[in-house]
Design a protein around this ligand. Sequence first.
Ligand code: ADP
Length: 181
Amino acid sequence: MEKEISGVRIQCIKGDIAAQGDMDAVVNAANAELMPGGGVAGAIHRAAGPGLAEECTSLAPIKPGEAVITGAHHLPNRYVIHCLGPVYGVDKPEEKLLANCYRNALKRSEEKGIRSVAFPAISTGAFGYPLEEAAQVALRTVMKEAPSLRFVKIIRFVLFSTRDYAVFEEILAQLASGEHV
Ligand code: ADP
């Protein structure tokens, strides 16, 4: 599903963040050390190869809400943007820190002239952020940023499960139609 907001196409798809070959950049739900891990970080580092972890060494550690950019190595993209989401119930205020991830990832994208960027549902796996709340923050933040983006024209949310996809799709439809929930 796709909605256009201020000339930016916001998409939700079900899929694997490490298999988005038509996107300039993919976002990693990273850990503070920017090292391979489970979930998204595992999939991204596996597909990118060991060169990615090597490049990350000099950029770590990062704090919740921050985003740093590297090359994509063997991934089929130009860049990887590494965001550290908040751990739910621990890093506070969660909502602001999660919104900062999306804002800062878009900032890194604009600095490089990136036209298309794919996000996973940051913090909703090992970091325990409830999916619906996280979807509200993610979608509201990118919709708010859309009018000020010069280069980014496609923002894709890549959801791993059918349920996660359904939640994002419903919230995107509601927000785009102006029915605030
Ligand atoms: P965090 O530590 O920020 O919570 P995780 O990687 O544990 O990050 O999970 C974030 C979300 O990404 C979860 O909803 C998880 O189901 C999903 N996910 C896991 N692997 C992938 C993948 N390969 N592509 C897209 N989403 C994924």
